[in-house]
Design a protein around this ligand. Structure first.
Ligand SMILES: [Mg+2]
Length: 121
């Protein structure tokens, strides 16, 4: 298993070795995260979700799965870069958010109800 703190440190090193920090702001990194999330979404545009799952689940469409991996990693890189630039630990932030969602969406009340799936906002 990969240590999230190490990934955040690698992201910092990657940025600093290229001297890109001077071009970065949290706002620009957030915009980049949004662009990358939309590149991920574009892979599925105008396609039926259930048909896509048939291609994806079980590793049937390796080319599509590789594109999904690539764009998901781009989103993740942006999230790590935001955390680095803003000076917080992404793992801690995630665990805090998960705890908040666990409280907000009591599993006894929302189990099996798709209208209760959080949008994470
Ligand atoms: Mg991308």
């Amino acid at each position: 298993m990969v240590d999230l703190k190490k990934l955040q440190e690698k992201t910092k090193k990657f940025v600093d070795e290229r001297d890109w920090r001077k071009f970065q702001t949290v706002k620009e990194l957030a915009a980049n995260a949004s662009v990358e999330a939309n590149e991920l979404l574009e892979l599925f545009l105008w396609q039926d979700g259930e048909e896509l799952d048939k291609k994806i689940l079980g590793g049937k469409d390796k080319e599509l799965i590789n594109k999904i991996k690539n764009e998901t990693a781009d989103v993740f890189f942006s999230c790590l870069a935001i955390a680095d630039q803003a000076g917080f630990d992404l793992g801690d932030a995630f665990l805090s958010k998960l705890g908040e969602l666990d409280t907000r969406y009591d599993k006894k009340k929302v189990k099996g109800d798709p209208t209760k799936i959080p949008s994470q906002n």
